[in-house]
Design a protein. Structure first.
Length: 212
């Protein structure tokens, strides 16, 4: 559902630009609102969420899909943890659809899906692993990298139940906003994928804005 926000960018308490292929790792406090802004359009933002107090509690695609009875995420979607608790709720969305089925790109899946030569291309999973290695204060490791949300990514479910990575429906300036219901660690990989149209074959920057 397309819903715009009343929040003003100039009143944000924090703003960070994340280049394609980079990661973003920050704590979002309960009650704070995060906007992910697709600066140039058609850019996938692969995101994981953890409880800041107990990172073994983390975003669960299965619980979220089951409880809302819909495979796509948009305004009103409550993002649930593996403990069944609401971690965040999407409060505004000018793109209209976000995927949580397709998973993140990895060198392994690039090799299987595209070509053996793709093994050395940078992938979202590499960015997440780099993030947890460079930020030991969160106590995360490789085993904590699980299923995620692909904000702005268009992964339609076909009538026979299959998935396809389709051309994006996001555009320059579109955004999604979510309010935290608990203190959460946000771990985002701004996707560097070049083998399918999720980034329009031209990965670009996103902006992360936080309001109190
Ligand atoms: Zn990716």
């Amino acid at each position: 559902m397309i819903t715009s926000s009343q929040l003003k960018a100039e009143q944000a308490t924090r703003s960070d630009t994340v280049l394609a292929g980079d990661y973003y790792m920050q704590v979002l406090k309960a009650g704070q609102t995060l906007r992910i802004l697709d600066l140039e359009g058609n850019q996938a933002a692969d995101t994981l969420f953890y409880s800041a107090n107990d990172p073994s509690e983390r975003y669960s695609a299965m619980d979220t899909i089951r409880e809302q009875g819909n495979v796509y995420l948009t305004t009103g979607s409550k993002l649930l943890s593996n403990g069944g608790n609401v971690m965040l709720e999407i409060t505004a969305d000018t793109c209209g659809r976000h995927d949580t089925l397709g998973g993140a790109c990895a060198t392994e899946s690039n090799t299987v899906r595209y070509a053996i030569e793709k093994k050395c291309m940078h992938a979202c999973r590499d960015s997440w692993l780099l993030a947890v290695a460079e930020n030991p204060q969160y106590g995360l490791s490789k085993r904590d990298i699980t299923h995620n949300i692909n904000f702005f990514m268009n992964v339609p479910v076909s009538s026979d139940g299959g998935l396809s990575f389709a051309d994006g429906i996001s555009g320059a300036g579109k955004y999604v906003e979510m309010t935290a219901a608990m203190d959460v660690i946000v771990l985002l990989s701004n996707c560097p994928q070049l083998n399918n149209p999720c980034n329009a074959y031209n990965p670009t920057a996103v902006e992360m804005l936080i309001w109190d």
